[in-house]
Design a protein around this ligand. Structure first.
Ligand SMILES: *Cc1c(COP(=O)(O)O)cnc(C)c1O
Length: 384
């Protein structure tokens, strides 16, 4: 089995994640199958590839058909350029202060422009540098985040032909409720497409229009346009209820081991505040993982962990570095592998389960697995 230790060495504490490169590539192929050959695929690797490790996954993404990479910040883009990534990289986040456009130029990172002021500033900097800079224009069609309004876009598009040093390469918007509100999403698409039509009328014939995150990729082919920007789905976490013919596989699994086991009497308080008291004679295991690893404290007295193929409840509060689990009757011993995310026996737990226990979404669970937890790259694409 291929194995690479990505960020923590040496590795003593038995709490780790495995990153399945096979699952990642299968998910990428599934997205390609959905969008067809003529739609471009931008692999969204922001937030360290949703906690999976962007520097490890980026080359696998590019070699397996990603046309471009999306990241959040200049820092994330620079980290990829520094390891030799030459694919187009779009900075999805707002660049501030505007002086930082020069950093995007220096590293050949494609900036997002979200205001007329930013467009003017980029033109000024590109002129000074005597270079030609490609950028994407972000339209706010209902997300209420960064982005120029459709009417503001018109002003920029009318001015652009006078700008000699910047070139509009892409124009995009972001859906606020792709997973929950098809009517609102259709409205967003409609107002976005008006801007795209206008851009083409005003001379931007080859501009790449894009709108779809993962939920929009699966919701409706009409959202695919010229390019799609999936993140979550690449990591094998369903962005919404998937059509029956769409199959994705979780990329990350999260394991630990029982490091301590004790039998306690009925009525024994467990963890800070004694929020749990055993109702019977119990076997209580301790696992070396806590909220400093990204195990949500809200999962105290709620979450479950797989041990010997059985779901065992977290008892008492999750602490910074340890969590206690009731393993009464499952035949557990110290050293048993416990699965937080992944399969064991016939059962499995996913980021979505933790999201439910922690009253959040699967994104926050994945991004929250802290740097203290080593990532091991596994599978056929791990060492290429
Ligand atoms: C994060 C992000 C995406 C990817 O979203 P998923 O829901 O993870 O697929 C796409 N576009 C933009 C602008 C984003 O910020």
């Amino acid at each position: 089995m291929n194995q690479r230790l990505s960020n923590v060495t040496p590795f003593y504490r038995p709490t780790w994640t495995d990153i399945s490169t096979d699952a990642f590539v299968a998910n990428l192929n599934q997205i390609r199958k959905l969008i067809g050959p003529s739609t471009q695929l931008m692999a969204v690797l922001k937030a360290d590839a949703y906690g999976h490790g962007a520097s490890e996954l980026v080359s696998i993404a590019v070699k397996n058909g990603a046309d471009a990479i999306g990241v959040s910040s200049l820092e994330e883009g620079i980290a990829l350029r520094d390891i030799g990534v030459s694919a187009p990289i779009l900075i999805l986040g707002g660049i501030y202060p505007l002086q930082n456009f020069s950093v995007a130029m220096e590293y050949n990172l494609t900036p997002t422009v979200a205001s007329l002021e930013a467009a003017h500033f980029l033109e000024q900097q590109a002129t000074k540098a005597k270079s030609r800079v490609f950028f994407h224009l972000k339209i706010d069609t209902g997300m209420g985040r960064i982005g120029v309004s459709p009417s503001g876009a018109k002003t920029i598009l009318e001015w652009l032909p006078q700008a000699g040093h910047i070139q509009l390469q892409g124009i995009y918007s972001h859906l606020a409720s792709a997973d929950t509100d098809p009517v609102f999403s259709a409205q967003q698409k409609k107002s976005f497409e008006k801007v795209v039509v206008l851009a083409r009328q005003l001379g931007q014939k080859n501009v790449v229009a894009h709108l779809a995150n993962s939920a929009a990729v699966v919701a409706n082919k009409e959202f695919h346009l010229d390019l799609v920007r999936p993140g979550l789905m690449l990591y094998g976490v369903p962005p919404a209820t998937l059509p029956a013919d769409v199959r994705i596989h979780p990329v990350l699994s999260w394991q630990t081991k029982l490091i301590f086991l004790k039998k306690v009497k009925a009525g024994t308080p467990i963890s800070y505040g004694g929020t749990f008291r055993t109702k019977r004679e119990s076997e209580i295991a301790t696992i070396p993982v806590g909220y400093a690893d990204g195990l949500p404290r809200l999962a105290s007295n709620r979450g479950m962990i797989l041990i010997r193929g059985k779901r065992c409840p977290i008892v008492g509060r999750v602490t910074m570095d340890h969590t206690m689990v009731d393993v009464t009757g499952v035949g557990a011993t110290v050293g048993d592998t416990a699965v937080l995310i992944g399969e064991q026996g016939v059962d499995s737990l996913g980021a979505l389960d933790w999201a439910g226990w922690a009253e959040t979404n699967s994104y926050e669970i994945l991004c929250g697995i802290s740097k203290r937890v080593p990532r091991f790259l596994k599978g056929a694409y791990a060492d290429r």
